[in-house]
Design a protein around this ligand. Structure first.
Ligand code: MGD
Ligand code: MGD
Ligand code: MO
Length: 670
């Protein structure tokens, strides 16, 4: 048998969107490596994707449709055919819709694949069905809201500019886990003389590579940035020529906000000492071209949008934007390169249907009426594990009258609660087009191997469901390739016809943002808007977190691990074993105060639930904060619940995002 090598793209929710080379033989993927010619990847892959073939050909892959044969959640199923599965789903939906109306069906999807086609392929179907719409806001809409409040539609600067910086600040980002190529670039800048700082809530693997590490109180970064700006203004370190030409509202900010934000006042709120804040502020302001790479961790709080907005004002005050390497990078917004309207088909919706926040699935399943949610269709997401307030979500999934369908690669915690499970292809088995949010590259990838078992792609399933509903709309019978062509059909300022051709050949390409992100501010006023009268809060200011008033002493960080991606990759045994087990990291002082021993079993609890962990005492975590990494599958944990039994359905100040990091708990031994 001959071995062939194919280009492909990593489909997962990561800012890097890597180019892959897949060695395939006899319909199987044998080996996966990073594409050396890819502008971001440069041959370097993360530990998760290095053995992607182990996920693709995992013995745990679902290979046929299944129907529930035991009580809800028991995980007992029998195999059925696709014809039977589609027939059962469509006839149940017809009955439910006749009784309750289309909005009683709720689709739930998110980050299993970032491919533009497969990710969005349910929209036309659910629009035509008249289903409720899902507000897909679990990740970082507060970050976008915060950036937009100051910078409007200004696209993100190029990440390669990091090389020109003399001070790289990784702020609320565990780049060693979540964007390894940014980490590579930051280390490269450091080798060329830049200082590398990390601002986080605990000593992550990223912190191990930094010159200085500042550990803040969860949700305290707004206070820190305000205090830094106080020092900058007080000590005459603001760049008044830059401000006069580029910034709106400096005077109002200086007079109304800055005076009350002294380092002494802000210190207890952000968790750093006043002298540390002074030094940090002065060194930042005196750097030639400080580059702040802002992660999403600090956005998942009651004050998340305001925190991002406040930090985004820093380079506006010092004029860092003027110099190559200086500025704030929150991510790139490349959506305009591939308008989705031709595949999302909002015109199929007779009238706008209700919106349900994905962060409040628990409430949607248990308390919404008019109409109640009678059917949930989950695809490329695992809400039983990843959504906040797990007790409420699982209570909803256990409802006997809820008709639940899950389209998945694995029998996840969500799939275990389904009435019908449908097997999904992996990214090596279907075509898609990918753009990215950590750079400006894009790439098209085609199937490299045939579908494993009887699995089908998201789009193939929606085609079948459309036929099952008896719809004769030709759109639903288009092939994936034809839909990708619809995305490429019109050239626009981001993409020339020549670039389209390279995309069709499967090459990684670089898109060009139509405006220079560092010279043209994409705001209404044309200036960087420290003052934005269109916002509820016209000026940045201090906002509290939710956890502060929850009445539990410890702050919990449900953080990420390098060995998984949200709840994905737990099927790879060696990756999971590298995480050991579901650990709770705690400082020695907190452990001694509670009489807890390293390696012992503990319960973390709050107003929402309780979760069992194995305790790890470590000085990587400051006193007052506890950390757990990863979103474990239930079969690999000792108790019944994962970390999200402790996180709440409350939303952020801007963007209606999740507040997954805004959590207070108490911990006791068992
Ligand atoms: N290996 C791996 N890679 C991933 C993921 C994964 O789960 N694993 N998830 C993917 C997804 S969906 C996303 S959205 C991105 C997210 O990637 P990032 O943008 O890096 O965001 P997070 O890793 O969620 O959080 C970054 C850091 O913020 C810290 N943090 C939390 N609260 C605060 C705070 O109040 N202040 C400060 N300064 N720091 C705080 C956390 O401790 C964490 O180290 O990563 C993607 N890549
Ligand atoms: N405690 C805690 N909770 C979190 C986070 C955290 O850091 N801590 N992070 C949050 C963030 S930022 C995010 S973005 C969310 C992400 O949450 P999810 O969107 O649920 O992402 P995953 O957990 O990776 O689950 C994706 C599922 O999609 C399946 N899948 C992959 N490809 C396909 C496909 O082509 N078709 C179909 N049908 N299925 C497919 C995978 O097998 C996997 O089970 O989690 C959030 N929840
Ligand atoms: Mo995310």
């Amino acid at each position: 048998m001959t071995t062939t090598i194919h280009r492909s793209v990593c489909p997962f929710d990561c800012p890097d969107t890597c180019g892959l080379l897949i060695e395939a033989e006899n319909g199987r993927a044998l080996r996966v490596c990073g594409d050396p010619d890819h502008p971001m990847t440069g041959g370097l892959l993360c530990t998760k994707m290095n053995h992607y073939e182990r996920s693709v050909h995992s013995p745990r892959r679902l290979t046929t449709p299944l129907a529930r044969s035991g009580p809800k959640g028991s995980g007992r199923f029998v195999q059925i055919t696709w014809d039977e599965a589609i027939q059962r789903i469509c006839s149940r939906w017809k009955e439910l819709i006749a009784e309750h109306g289309g909005e009683c069906v709720l689709p739930y999807s998110y980050a299993g694949t970032m491919g533009l086609l497969q990710r969005n392929s349910g929209h036309p179907f659910f629009h035509k069905l008249g289903a409720s719409r899902l507000e897909r806001t679990i990740c970082s809409p507060a970050k976008d809201a915060g950036w937009k409040a100051v910078m409007g539609d200004t696209p993100g600067m190029g990440t390669l500019e990091m090389a020109d910086s003399d001070l790289v600040i990784l702020w609320g980002i565990n780049a060693a886990a979540t964007s390894i190529h940014a980490m590579r670039d930051a280390r490269q800048a450091r080798r060329h003389g830049a200082r590398l700082w990390v601002i986080d809530t605990y000593r992550t693997p990223t912190a191990e590579m930094a010159d200085r590490v500042f550990l803040v109180k969860p949700g305290g970064d707004g206070a820190l940035a305000l205090a830094m700006m106080h020092v900058i203004v007080r000590d005459g370190l603001a760049d008044h020529a830059f401000i006069a030409a580029n910034v709106l509202g400096f005077e109002a900010f200086r007079d109304r906000v800055v005076p009350d934000c002294t380092p002494e006042q802000m210190a207890p709120l952000c968790g750093l000492g006043a002298t540390d804040i002074e030094r940090l502020a002065r060194e930042y302001a005196l750097s030639r071209a400080p580059f702040i790479r802002l992660g999403s961790g600090l956005t998942r709080y009651a004050n998340g949008a305001m925190t991002v907005r406040t930090i985004t004002c820093l380079p506006a005050l010092t004029g860092a934007w003027q110099r190559p390497g200086g500025g704030v990078f929150c991510g790139t917004a490349t959506g305009a390169a591939f308008p989705l309207a031709p595949i999302v088909r909002e015109d199929f919706m007779e009238q706008p249907t209700r919106l349900v926040s994905m962060n409040q699935l628990g409430a949607a399943l248990n308390t919404i009426n008019d109409p109640p949610v009678m059917s949930l269709y989950v695809y490329h997401s695992n809400p039983a594990a990843i959504a906040p307030d797990q007790n409420a979500v699982i209570r909803g999934l256990l409802r006997d009258d809820l008709f639940c369908v899950v389209h998945e690669r694995f029998l996840t915690d969500t799939a275990r609660h389904a009435d019908i499970v449908l097997p999904a292809t992996s990214s090596l088995e279907h075509a898609d087009l990918y753009r990215c949010y950590g750079g400006y590259h894009a790439q098209l990838s085609r199937a490299v191997i045939p579908a494993v078992g009887h699995s089908k792609s998201n789009w193939e399933v929606f085609s079948l469901l459309a036929r099952g509903m008896g719809w004769d709309e030709p759109f639903f019978q288009l092939t994936s390739e034809e839909l990708i062509e619809l995305l490429l059909a019109e050239v626009n300022p981001w993409r020339t016809a020549e670039l389209n051709e390279r995309l069709r050949r499967g090459e990684p390409v670089l898109l060009t943002p139509p405006t220079d992100p560092k010279r043209q501010w994409g705001t209404g006023s044309g200036k960087i808007e420290i003052l934005n009268p269109a916002e509820v809060e016209p000026l940045p200011r201090l906002l509290p977190t939710h956890a502060e008033t929850d009445g539990f002493t410890l702050r919990l960080q449900p953080a990420v691990t390098p060995h998984a991606l949200n709840s994905s990759f737990y099927e790879q045994d060696d990756l999971r074993q590298r995480q050991t087990c579901m650990l709770l990291m705690m400082n020695r002082l907190d452990a001694e105060q509670r009489g807890l021993k390293d390696g012992g079993q503990v319960l973390a609890f709050n107003q929402l639930g309780e979760v069992g962990f194995t305790l790890k005492i470590t000085d990587r975590v400051p006193a007052g904060t506890v950390v757990t990494e990863g979103v474990w599958w239930r079969e690999f944990i000792p108790g019944e619940r994962g970390v999200n039994a402790l996180t709440s359905q409350r939303l952020t100040d801007g963007g209606r995002g999740s507040t997954l990091y805004d959590v207070a708990v108490e911990v006791r031994g068992v």
